[in-house]
Ligand binder design. Structure first.
Ligand code: NDP
Length: 283
């Protein structure tokens, strides 16, 4: 039976770290601050944004929400992002996606200052990740790496298979694994024989959005399995891995819920604190 990678426990440890760092910043006269920008009134998005505000409050990060009318033009959103990017008291900017269809998401994102882009959305941060030159990686793949590292198993030289190639999860997860010297294979919807790849993997990352796609018989004995999937099925939240069969084969496995999600939330706070600490160093 696999050992469970307990995301909730890891999140508590990260929370303590964030509180310490936030207190140290305040002692040096800097109040860390994350500003969230949201367009429209979608209740689920607002709920998400409100809970990010509570996460900030819990570790002593100031947070402000800027709500822009659904019908506002793109220029209005860009103006807000430009102002926040220029405001020295703002350390992190989180733009809630998706944007309404009349807005050009790629263009809008260029108005987030890369050093405040704590969710790793900008091309500048994607390029830094590709080049291995620092910057902010998106929070979910950073969380995935934190979960893998928490097992204490060395990533170097391991076969890692990432299932999913989105710009927010799969691709950056592959780059982060590569930077830790894993041998990385990226699978996607056109992969001919998914199981042939996953069966050969010491580390499997599921970032697919297909409920319970990866079953125990697709895994190598003892593999580390990290499941980023969040799917609602019959009122339950399930991952992209079929947990019951996978835990019989894997060495370590992250559950859904209680795995990647809680750690992802804390990574956003950590990134905001890192941005604030860099401000400190530069002044
Ligand atoms: P996307 O829909 O953007 O990407 C899904 C990827 O999975 C695509 O690359 C797609 O391939 C691939 N795929 C789809 N079906 C299959 C299949 N049958 N076999 C192999 N590959 C397949 O999703 P995201 O990356 O945004 O999200 C992935 C999952 O992670 C979702 O469940 C989402 O809810 C969750 N998520 C979790 C977060 C967290 O913090 N825990 C944050 C963000 C997302 P192709 O490219 O060919 O279409």
């Amino acid at each position: 039976m696999a050992q469970i990678i307990d995301g909730k426990k890891l999140a508590i440890e990260l929370q303590d770290e964030c509180i310490r760092r936030s207190e140290a910043l305040k002692a040096s006269g800097i109040v860390p601050r994350l500003d969230v920008v949201i367009v429209g009134n979608d209740p689920a998005s607002h709920q998400y944004v409100n809970s990010r505000g509570k996460d900030c409050e819990a570790v002593g990060i100031e947070s402000r929400v800027h709500t822009i009318d659904e019908g506002a033009d793109e220029a209005e959103l860009i103006r807000v992002l430009d102002e926040l990017s220029a405001d020295r008291s703002v350390h992190g900017i989180l733009l809630q996606l998706p944007l309404p269809k009349h807005m050009n998401t790629e263009k809008v994102i260029t108005h987030i200052a890369p050093e405040k882009d704590v969710d790793g959305l900008t091309v500048a941060n994607q390029g830094a990740l590709y080049a291995g030159s620092g910057g902010f990686a998106p929070c979910t793949p950073s969380s995935i790496m934190h979960l893998i590292k928490s097992t204490g198993v060395s990533i170097k030289g391991k076969n890692a298979v990432v299932v999913g190639r989105s710009i927010v999860v799969g691709k950056p997860a592959a780059m982060l694994l590569l930077s830790e010297h894993a041998t990385v294979t990226v699978c996607h919807s056109r992969t001919a024989d998914l199981a042939a790849h996953t069966k050969n993997a010491d580390i499997v990352i599921a970032a697919v959005g297909v409920p319970e796609l990866i079953k125990g018989d697709m895994l190598k004995e003892g593999a580390i399995v990290v499941d980023a999937g969040i799917n609602r099925v019959d009122g339950r939240t399930v991952g992209d891995v079929h947990f019951d069969s996978a835990e019989k084969v894997a060495g370590y496995i992250s559950p859904v819920p209680g795995g990647v999600g809680p750690v992802t939330r804390k990574i956003l706070l950590k990134n905001t604190l890192s941005a604030a600490e860099k401000t400190d160093a530069g002044e």
